[in-house]
Design a protein around this ligand. Structure first.
Ligand SMILES: [Zn+2]
Length: 73
């Protein structure tokens, strides 16, 4: 069963809940009893903004080749 992280906006506490994926978006109740909680992204770390992948040019393309020159067709 997946685990989800939540954060309480009332007291700022973070807590985890294990629940079925079908219930992932259900409201969670803080251990302190608050209901104003938000679901945090799990597993995908959002700490630090380091780089990121730059767009890459398409691989291959151009450049001779037998069939590219029409020598075999
Ligand atoms: Zn709370």
């Amino acid at each position: 069963m997946p685990r989800y992280d939540f954060r309480c906006r009332s007291c700022g506490a973070t807590f985890e809940l294990r629940r079925a994926m079908a219930q992932a978006n259900d409201p969670a109740v803080c251990p302190q009893g608050h209901t104003d909680t938000v679901k945090l992204l799990s597993t995908v770390a959002v700490t630090g903004a380091s780089g990121g992948s730059a767009p890459q040019p398409p691989a291959g393309g151009g450049g001779g080749g037998c069939c590219g020159g029409g020598c075999c067709g």
